[in-house]
Design a binder for this molecule. Structure first.
Ligand SMILES: [Zn+2]
Length: 252
């Protein structure tokens, strides 16, 4: 990768060199592409390719639905495309996995030992459903990965400073973990108690419980709402928010 890329992309230092290409776009790039506008999509992918100085064999994506569905991307999927889902894994070199987010987490997974990459869309619903852990489990069962070799990278997303929720969301998380460790009361608005919730920490701790090493989990520490001048933010921009695109690919 050439230098100067950090103006257009957030890039984890550890992934800046080596066998993986992994970027998370900044404004003004916008990966919110209306259905059917395939040319716009291909133009964006071509821009990323030009920036990276690398030609992807194929970029794959799926319609994201805040599910816990993780797809194994194999040769046949490159032509027929993927059904709905929120996570993708592959061991095919040159194939980029693309996820779009505005405040939600995009989590890169990488096993350097088995040569497997993943890109996971984990908003609060996906985090509640442990989609990132589902992806790790698939890396183990399908590719024979060992959790202690898997690295996880949580890209810029809305963080505890800005992710305000109410009792309904707190109650859902409270049903499966000690939510008090991850939430604090913020304010009362129109009679509703608000809380600040740390979903990045929940994802990190779920990954630790799944067997990842503490030194293999990397958090950007960047909040998309605090830095909404740099990143698209749903909470910051509302319905009109664009999307940050993240792509990860094993070099051929
Ligand atoms: Zn913030």
């Amino acid at each position: 990768m050439n230098t100067g890329l950090e103006k257009k992309y957030y890039i984890f230092d550890r992934l800046a060199k080596g066998p993986v290409l992994a970027v998370y776009s900044k404004r003004p790039m916008d990966f919110l592409i209306p259905d059917g506008e395939e040319e716009a999509r291909q133009r964006l992918y071509a821009e990323v390719e030009a920036d990276l100085g690398y030609r992807f064999r194929k970029v794959v994506h799926c319609r994201q639905t805040h599910s816990d569905i993780v797809h194994i991307v194999e040769e046949a999927d490159l032509e027929r495309g993927l059904p709905d889902g929120d996570g993708m894994l592959t061991d095919l070199p040159g194939v980029a996995l693309e996820i779009r987010t505005a405040d939600c987490q995009s989590v890169f997974l990488y096993d350097p030992d088995k040569g497997v990459v993943g890109n996971i869309h984990s908003g609060w619903r996906g985090t509640l459903a442990r989609i990132t852990v589902r992806a790790v489990e698939k890396m183990v069962s399908h590719y024979g990965c060992r959790p202690e070799n898997i690295e996880a990278y949580i890209n810029p997303s809305i963080l505890r400073c800005c992710f305000e929720v109410e009792d309904d969301v707190i109650g859902l998380f409270g049903a499966r973990l000690d939510v008090r460790s991850y939430a604090e009361k913020s304010r009362v608005l129109n009679g509703h108690q608000k809380y600040l919730l740390d979903t990045a920490a929940i994802n990190r701790d779920d990954l630790l419980a799944a067997g990842l090493r503490p030194g293999h989990i990397f958090l950007s520490g960047v909040c998309t709402m605090c830095e909404k001048e740099t990143y698209h933010s749903y909470r910051g921009d509302g319905q009109a928010a664009g999307r940050n695109g993240s792509l990860i690919c094993l070099r051929q």
